[in-house]
Design a protein. Structure first.
Length: 128
């Protein structure tokens, strides 16, 4: 999977940006029409089994990138994308002013404080 846009790198700002699939065995590529919208679809990540993926999209309001999830079946067809479920999704996403640009799946809970995370991000030492 990769993001294709008309130009540039930071694809979340390009409404024409879409997700594409590349078949590594045949070399064939196709737009992932099952998940693409008229607004920017961009940065993605896979689960370890390569069946589920998440990606960012501005499909809701064109302003904020939200994280969507989808499943890829054995034939390479993606399921309808969905937002991470919340107790009250309409209220949660209406009031959320965060924009997600580089999503990732976590393999374990993150037990850290914001200050510690900030220090790790700014550190010259790479943490695994």
């Amino acid at each position: 999977m990769y993001t294709q846009a008309d130009y540039g790198y930071f694809s979340v700002w390009h409404p024409e940006a879409d997700l594409w699939l590349l078949d590594l065995q045949t070399g064939e590529t196709r737009p992932l029409d099952e998940v693409n919208s008229p607004r920017a679809e961009s940065l993605h990540n896979w689960t370890p089994n390569s069946r589920w993926f998440l990606f960012t999209s501005r499909r809701d309001d064109g302003l904020y990138t939200r994280i969507y999830f989808s499943h890829l079946d054995a034939d390479g067809k993606a399921s309808k994308p969905f937002l991470l479920p919340q107790r009250n999704p309409k209220e949660y996403y209406r009031d959320l002013f965060d924009s997600y640009n580089t999503p990732d799946f976590a393999s374990r809970p993150l037990a850290s404080h914001a200050r510690e995370l900030g220090q790790q991000i700014e550190s010259d030492e790479r943490a695994i």
